[in-house]
Ligand binder design. Structure first.
Ligand code: NPQ
Ligand code: MG
Length: 367
């Protein structure tokens, strides 16, 4: 069961509503998929990079370049996800590029082996609790309405995007409107500095599950200091790019919770290692989201079904982001989403949706 070809597919899907964070506003999702075609099966991986380098330094066009010039040449007909990741060690950074190639290779090899991604990773759950990430709105009234709609749809946890100037009042309003029982957390996407520590300490009054990535990605010392000053648990997202950075952040007490995103850490194999470390240490983790379509969402569900994922994550229903997903849509039922249990990631692009995408590159593999 050998590989034959690596294809790159590009396209885009409009979002059902604009998604605003401290770093920008998105109205559509530009997409890059890696399609690994083998003798008997094929697999898909979704790149989580955005068009601009604002969530992190990675961006979509750069991923196309890195995958084409540096990662595809590492792949031959016998390459596996594991051998690929090992051979890609000399390529520094570029986590999102590595992750989507690895995901496509994993999907095809698990299909060849006739096992599901969930089983391969060690899943212990058949469905996962679903949380929702709510963008910055134009007014508090809009925010209350939007959060109310998501709660009515069954989301079991709400994450509010915050930035300087729209933070404490916003949390106070949502607590007042929806009560103390609501599982609530905030995400700053690195919009503050350690000089804001006493300001952020006001959040301690609202019994939040956590504050996610308050300070810049590289400011480990700042997160250590902030963790000492505030009682709200600090969770890292952008700062955690590998098992090593995860271990360092925990050893130094820069955070007490980790948001695991396979794309951000270079793949599902690395994501599982971070999960295993956190499980061993009793550190809660949850699975983040990058506005994935069904391809990335399916694989994330398999990961989030591991036992250490004790907090509800950002894996929402397809309809949270897209009127039509590229796969069969993932739906929320009683606050949960089913984990795919058929071979590989369990889903593939629908032909009528893929028809709107373009195959932009095709690389034939040698022996
Ligand atoms: C986060 N995701 O947890 C990210 C941020 C994010 C669901 O809040 C294009 C590419 C748009 C990546 C928007 C959620 C994005 C993006 C937001 C990542 O920090
Ligand atoms: Mg985040």
């Amino acid at each position: 069961m050998a590989l034959r070809t690596i294809e790159l597919w590009r396209g885009g899907i409009d979002l059902v509503s604009p998604f605003r964070t401290s770093f920008g506003t998105d109205t559509s999702r530009d997409l890059l998929y890696v399609h690994a075609v083998g003798d008997s099966n094929s697999g898909w991986g979704e790149c989580v990079a955005g068009v601009e380098p604002n969530y992190s330094s990675e961006y979509l066009e750069n991923c196309v370049e890195v995958i084409s010039r540096f990662l595809v040449p590492l792949i031959n007909r016998d390459t596996t996800a594991e051998s690929f990741i090992k051979s890609a060690t000399p390529i520094r950074g570029n986590y999102m590029s590595k992750a989507c190639v690895e995901a496509a290779l994993l999907d095809v090899q698990l299909r060849d082996q006739n096992i599901s991604m969930a089983k391969f990773l060690g899943a212990t759950k058949s469905r996962v609790a679903s949380g929702v990430s709510v963008g910055i709105q134009n007014s508090l009234d809009d925010l209350v309405r939007v959060v109310g709609e998501y709660i009515a749809q069954g989301y079991v946890r709400v994450k509010l995007k915050i930035e300087p100037g729209t933070d404490i009042e916003l949390v106070r309003t949502i607590r007042k409107e929806f009560g103390d029982e609501l599982l609530l957390q905030v995400d700053a996407n690195a919009a503050y500095t350690i000089a804001d520590a006493s300001h952020l300490k006001q959040l301690d009054a609202f019994n939040l599950l956590l504050i996610e990535q308050p300070l810049p990605e590289d400011d480990l010392a700042g997160h250590i200091e902030l963790s000492r000053v505030i009682s709200t648990p600090v969770c890292l997202d952008e700062s955690v790019t590998s098992l090593d950075t995860a271990r360092g952040a925990l050893d130094l007490k820069a955070c007490s919770v980790i948001n695991i995103k396979p794309g951000r850490v270079g793949g599902y194999l690395e994501a599982k290692k971070i999960h295993d470390l956190c499980l061993e240490r009793g550190v809660p983790v949850w699975c983040g989201g990058m506005l994935e379509t069904g391809i990335g969402r399916a694989a994330n569900l398999a990961l989030a079904a591991l036992p250490g994922f004790t907090l509800p994550g950002d894996i929402s229903a397809s309809a949270r982001y897209f009127a039509r997903d590229i796969t069969e849509p993932f739906v929320i039922k009683n606050g949960h989403i089913d984990v795919p249990n058929t071979v590989g990631i369990g889903v593939a692009p629908l032909p009528e949706m893929l028809a709107k995408f373009k195959k932009t590159a095709s690389f034939n593999l040698s022996a």
